[in-house]
Design a protein around this ligand. Sequence first.
Ligand SMILES: *Cc1c(COP(=O)(O)O)cnc(C)c1O
Length: 405
Amino acid sequence: MKSHHLTWVEIDARALRSNLQQLRKLVGREVLLAAVVKANAYGHGIDVISPLALEAGADWLAVYSLEEGLRLRKIGLQCPILLLGYVQLADIQKMVQNDLRLTVFNAETLAELAKVTGKLNRDVQVHLKVETGMNRQGVLPEHLPHVLSLLQRSEHILLEGLCSQLATAEEPDDPTYVRFQTEIFRRAVAEIEGRGVRVPVKHLLNTAGTFLLEEVRFNMVRVGISMYGLWPSDQTRRACLERAIGPGHLAPVMTWKTKVIQVKEIPAGSHISYGGTFHTTRPTRLAVLPIGYSDGYDWRLSNKGHVLIRGKRAPVLGRVTMNATMVDATDVHGVQLEDEVVLLGQQGEQRISADELADLLGTINYEVVAGINRAIPRVVVNREAPRGAGPGLEDERVRPLLSEG
Ligand SMILES: *Cc1c(COP(=O)(O)O)cnc(C)c1O
């Protein structure tokens, strides 16, 4: 049974569940797990990932924008949702009405929240972000007393959380800056609690911090990349291995697929794609793929990337174009029109990992997956079948058995 899509992303529900179960085992029952599903769930599809993450044990969802938060409400999710980013003052009312929690780092936002919640006679939970050294979003420690006084003036603004973000958790070889930031965060907590303000939820850690800094997990962690089965950095992976901490194994959740749209034999000495940057030196069997940089298949993979066809690696020949890419299928035995192609993920014994593509591109795995065009369909596979029913029909892993018969 073939997919009816031409290009699509498969989301392995079993892998996602396994990653979240490992994260839960790591942090225990007492620590809240906030699954970060910003940027279209790191390119995995916010609509499909979010409910699966909750089923697999995530307590909260965290997104960046108001639009993402509204999307989660629209698809019917009722869990706590934390917005990590900025909400314009004109949109604060909409945010409150949709029961979204807000990360606050501006006095102006608090003033607007006070006005809106007073008018609506409705509470809002906020998480105060402290600037500890990332120098992105956060209230400078010296401004905390002022911001706290603003907070306390409104009975409807509930200070639910205190948070910050580490700049170098992914680089454990040198822990100096992590210690520096952690100390500032601890002092901010002490300062606020010293004023008799109880803050129920404190959170500082992303994936790398969650793995490596057990002593500052407080009572919530915000995990993104590891839930998707990817390591935040090679240093993090090595440090976990050396110290025997962190998850034993992470299972990549995404497989990005397309199909061959033309197969043709071209002679030696042919030029391929724009600019003629690749010249064949042998008679070559070319496979054309309907995938290009507008889909998120990076132009810089021109003459560099590989894809998988029939379990074999096929190199990209010439430039990636807006909607199409050519690969060398000379050594792919029996390649045919509409053969399934893996751009990222596993096929047979071979795997193209997000890390491999990131290395080729001089970027990080986060950017590779987050850059996949959101218009491409996300399809869930390996959903838990009802007990005794065997694998579901939508289960892609049963397809080879069905089609090879
Ligand atoms: C994206 C993000 C995270 C998740 O980071 P990962 O490294 O993907 O786990 C956590 N906290 C904040 C504030 C973020 O923006």
